[in-house]
Unconditional design. Structure first.
Length: 414
């Protein structure tokens, strides 16, 4: 008879609990949208500037891609620090410190005088951004049980979709007006507004601080227990693989749409905005399906548009269809599926760990970031002036996402 799956890790001594804060559904969803929105903001607003950056700083394709992959790698590694600290001292102090560092790094990136300096500032920006994202996922578990948390996350990610919708458009306008520094300055302003909002409105949500959370030996054991949990593995891999496809789009699309297909920065922003509308539609469908089919049933159904998007882009590229529609329509299908997978996955990775949500969120974030970093480094070599690297890369991640949605998630998730 097979051994039972590992249970959620237990803390040695139950810590004292604080009263549950009075956080309305609207405030929770809006706060999560802002905090999680820093991740697409840091990438999407910046996308129209990438071809300009190559010319302005005399940078190679590999070094320009490094400004993206360094951000995402630092984002993943830093979560392993922020997550346990947030479990020990609370979400609010970590958020305030992380957002302050994010604003500083954004200003530094906007003023960078070389590609090397820009890479350093972008890495610091990613490390600071990690505080916002890891705390956002943990806040969901602080306030809600997993299935309700997935519905709240879907509502929040609909708001995030609005941020993603406006990001490329605003970035394209800023790049057209002020060059590659304009989008980075815009990111700094939004980060400052987010910091003010958190300081003003968001209360502490951690009810039971864990004074042992940052001790190395217990922390390593905790991460090992989390990594062995089948529910965590299923959702963490789903989130990482669907984001691998999205990051392939983000890192390659400006070169494909602008350099290969001839779109202006503003038109490129509009094309990416259409993808964001598809993402919002996916999150709205996700909320309805969770109530009817549960989280596992929702991602099983959401795998179909993911598969259709990846397969159709690859087939069109192989057939030599190098037109805007042949990239944009499959992109919208994939991003629609992403909008279904992400809310379930973001809530699912922390679901079994109500007293270690920060640590679980951090570990899932590291897996995601390693995938995105690998994508960025590969694209730095693979981009060849054709649509094939984008198309075949998206098909690869779509296939992995579908495989996980139809196997691991169905076996281990609710």
């Amino acid at each position: 008879m097979p051994a039972p799956p590992p249970t959620a890790p237990r803390l040695a001594t139950p810590p004292a609990t604080r009263p549950l804060p009075a956080v309305s559904l609207g405030l929770a969803a809006f706060s999560l949208a802002l905090l999680l929105g820093l991740q697409p903001l840091s990438t999407d607003v910046y996308l129209p500037a990438l071809p300009m950056l190559t010319l302005a700083l005399g940078a190679t394709m590999g070094s320009v891609q490094l400004t993206m992959s360094a951000l995402i790698l630092a984002f993943g590694v830093a979560q392993m620090v922020w997550g346990p600290v947030a479990d020990r001292v609370g979400r609010r102090p970590v958020l305030l410190l992380g957002l302050g560092l994010y604003c500083t790094a954004s200003v530094g990136a906007a003023g960078a005088g070389s590609i090397e300096a820009l890479v350093v500032w972008r890495a610091l920006q990613g490390a600071a951004m990690a505080a916002a994202v890891v705390c956002a996922r943990a806040i969901v578990r602080d306030l809600y049980e997993p299935e309700q948390g997935a519905q709240v996350m879907a509502l929040a990610l609909s708001g995030l979709g609005l941020i993603a919708l406006s990001g490329p458009l605003a970035g394209g306008l800023a790049a057209a007006r002020w060059g590659w520094r304009g989008p980075l300055a815009l990111v700094a302003l939004v980060g400052a507004a987010c910091l003010v909002f958190v300081a003003w409105r968001l209360p502490e949500t951690l009810r039971a601080p864990n004074p042992q959370a940052t001790r190395l030996a217990p922390l390593l054991r905790l991460w090992a227990d989390i990594a062995r949990h089948p529910v965590f593995r299923a959702w963490a891999l789903l989130v990482a693989c669907t984001y691998g496809g999205l990051f392939t789009i983000l890192a390659a699309s400006s070169f494909i749409y602008m350099d290969l297909l001839g779109l202006s920065p503003t038109a490129y922003g509009a094309a990416m905005g259409l993808g964001s509308l598809s993402y919002i539609a996916g999150t709205l469908v996700c909320r309805r399906w969770i109530a009817r089919h549960g989280m596992a049933g929702t991602v099983r159904r959401g795998a179909w548009p993911t598969l259709a998007g990846g397969a159709s882009m690859a087939l069109l590229a192989a057939a030599g269809a190098h037109q805007v529609w042949a990239v944009l329509l499959p992109q919208c299908l994939f991003v629609f599926g992403h909008g279904i997978h992400q809310p379930c996955g973001q809530a699912g990775v922390v679901g079994p760990f109500p007293r270690a949500a920060g640590a679980a969120s951090a570990l899932a974030g590291l897996v995601l970031a390693l995938v995105a970093y690998a994508v960025g480094r590969w694209l730095g070599v693979a981009l060849d002036g054709s649509v094939r690297p984008l198309a075949y890369g998206l098909a690869f991640w779509a296939a992995l996402t579908v495989g996980i949605a139809w196997t691991l998630v169905q076996r281990g998730a609710p």
